[in-house]
Design a protein around this ligand. Structure first.
Ligand SMILES: Cc1cc2nc3c(=O)[nH]c(=O)nc-3n(C[C@H](O)[C@H](O)[C@H](O)COP(=O)(O)OP(=O)(O)OC[C@H]3O[C@@H](n4cnc5c(N)ncnc54)[C@H](O)[C@@H]3O)c2cc1C
Ligand code: FES
Ligand code: FES
Length: 511
């Protein structure tokens, strides 16, 4: 059985298809049709809902795509849908939530199909900020919501206006006078005690199962007992298989409830990222150490996708166009894999064997990604080429990393995505740069070696010729950006010898 809160109601479910999405459940089983289905693949945001995670006794809310989220992964969460935002069935403007009122007053809706999704993205932004957070943050929050008729300016105006009303109830959902608080408080307590009694939650539907192991040992044992079962983290890749290819799974094991896979730590040896931790929970800490990677992460899918997707999912999926792999390969990352036979470590650069084939054994799970400690002479440059800025997959991703010592590039690593069947190192390019000065001429000479390292395919995203040419051009961009940004001349990242241990999350099992 799984238990969670739906708006201000406690839900207990024992049986449903493991691949059932939150959106299908809401619309077909609960009659809550306010959340819309546009694309069923995470691209339009019409299905956006808000999900709360209970971490150390406090709810933390974020937007996710209901079409990608699996119902089983709602265990212990608080799901808020568009239906919860007003108290009456036919509200007049005064009864609307401030976000809805601002959308009405700013004319932010025409046909209205996208509107519930925009409202939910704005609602969680409103909950998490006490004042208008600025246009850039709003655009980030709405990057996964498409509107084909209104135009975005009225919606951006509404995002600002909703923060301007006087005498509104406290903006943060945690505040005492918020309309959810009293009921949610009572329900949270009963949810917590119910969860403590429920050791390994399981959904059974005939011979279909959705397992929710609460620690790594349970997870490895379940995988050994059910080798055909598939792991699921944020389901941002897996759900697309379900909805677009109609390729469903009868046995799923969620990796989201194991504390070992849900933490981020920084210590003397480097960064350690739990394989199941959603992107949005570690990007800030990661970019404190590697600010050069900020744009790459900021442009990975939409906020809804980053709120759900994980590094473990991306790496296991082994897509040639996944953005994290080139970055992590360039950073010389190591994967920690576990099974009932024990633990092994493997360099990420050697993990990918062929198109969507990896060295992961049938009974293994990716537990963590380890990145060596950044040194004072370390330089990094990350580039994503895609057709759109927001919510678009790479045509090409290039990451260059090296130590800059004695006016020379040393230990050069250049990793690329979109250029071959797997993300891979550009060894000839790196060889040309090794022990060379950081100059336009040297970078352009190295760029000529790209054609030796890769013979990319042509597909819907880009032709082979375009991929080669744009990659070469990126080396010139790296030099010009190096002239603008001082980090290529001197260190701009503070490296301390005694880096504090940062832990973003202790565990879900605390629920
Ligand atoms: C609209 C949209 C936009 C996107 N944009 C981008 C983008 O810009 N850049 C990009 O790189 N990606 C993008 N993606 C892809 C996706 O979000 C990422 O690949 C994500 O990191 C997958 O993580 P997940 O937790 O959702 O994986 P899931 O879907 O849960 O799992 C994916 C695969 O990994 C396996 N798996 C999951 N966790 C583990 C584990 N710990 N050990 C072993 N196997 C595991 C699962 O069995 C499954 O086969 C996008 C996806 C969508 C839907
Ligand atoms: S229906 Fe389009 S993102 Fe979910
Ligand atoms: S109002 Fe019609 S799609 Fe946005």
């Amino acid at each position: 059985m799984i238990q969670f809160l739906l708006n201000d109601e406690m839900i207990e479910l024992k049986s449903f298809a493991p691949s059932l999405s939150v959106l299908d459940w809401l619309r077909t089983k609960m009659g809550k049709v306010g959340s819309k289905e546009g694309c069923a693949s995470g691209d339009c945001g019409a299905c956006t809902v808000v999900v709360g995670d209970l971490i150390e006794g406090k709810w933390h809310y974020k937007s996710v795509n209901a079409c990608l989220s699996l119902l089983g992964n709602l265990h212990g969460k608080h799901l808020i849908t568009i239906e919860a935002l007003t108290s009456k069935m036919n509200p007049d403007v005064e009864d609307l939530h401030p976000v809805q009122r601002a959308m009405v007053e700013c004319h932010g809706s025409q046909c209205g199909f996208c509107t519930p999704g925009f409202i939910m993205s704005l609602f969680v932004l409103y909950m998490n900020h006490t004042t208008y957070p600025g246009r850039k943050t709003v655009i980030q929050a709405l990057g996964g919501n498409l509107c084909r008729c209104t135009g975005y300016e009225p919606i951006l105006k509404a995002a600002e206006k909703c923060f301007s009303y006087d005498n509104e109830p406290a903006k943060n959902i945690a505040h005492e006078d918020h309309r959810f608080t009293q009921q949610v408080k009572v329900l949270t307590e009963s949810l917590q005690s119910a969860l403590e009694a429920n050791s390994i939650p399981l959904i059974e539907n005939g011979d279909q199962h959705f397992y929710l192991p609460q620690n790594l040992a349970q997870l490895c044992e379940l995988k050994a007992a059910h080798p055909q079962a598939q792991f699921v983290a944020g389901a941002t890749d897996l759900s697309v298989e379900f909805s677009q290819r109609l390729s469903y799974q009868d046995q799923l094991i969620s990796v989201r409830y194991c504390p070992e896979l849900m933490q981020f730590t920084s210590d003397q040896s480097g960064l350690h990222i739990g394989a199941a931790l959603p992107y949005s929970e570690f990007i800030t800490c990661f970019c404190d150490v590697y600010p050069e990677a900020h744009e790459l992460f900021e442009r990975l899918g939409s906020l809804q996708v980053r709120n759900a997707g994980s590094l473990g999912g991306s790496i296991a999926n082994a897509s040639p166009i996944g953005d994290p792999a080139p970055l992590l390969i360039a950073l010389n990352a190591t994967l920690e894999l576990h099974s009932t036979s024990g633990k092994r470590m493997i360099d990420l650069a050697e993990f990918f064997i062929d198109y969507r084939k990896t060295q992961l054994a049938k009974d293994e799970v990716i537990v963590a990604i380890h990145i060596p400690k950044r040194t004072a002479t370390f330089k990094l440059s990350c580039h994503k080429i895609s057709k759109r800025i927001e919510d678009d997959i790479s045509a090409v991703c290039l990451v260059l990393a090296y130590q800059y010592d004695n006016d020379q590039m040393q230990q050069v690593r250049c990793a690329m995505g979109g250029m071959a069947a797997t993300p891979a190192l550009a060894t000839n390019v790196a060889g040309m740069l090794e022990s060379k000065a950081f100059s336009l001429e040297n970078l352009q000479l190295a760029a000529e070696k790209i054609e030796i390292d890769f013979q990319p395919l042509s597909d819907v995203r880009a032709s082979s010729e375009y991929r080669i040419q744009v990659s070469k051009n990126l080396f010139s961009r790296i030099w010009y950006q190096g002239q603008e940004k001082p980090q290529f001349k001197s260190v701009n990242v503070q490296i301390t010898n005694a880096a504090p241990i940062i832990q973003t999350r202790i565990s879900h099992a605390a629920l």
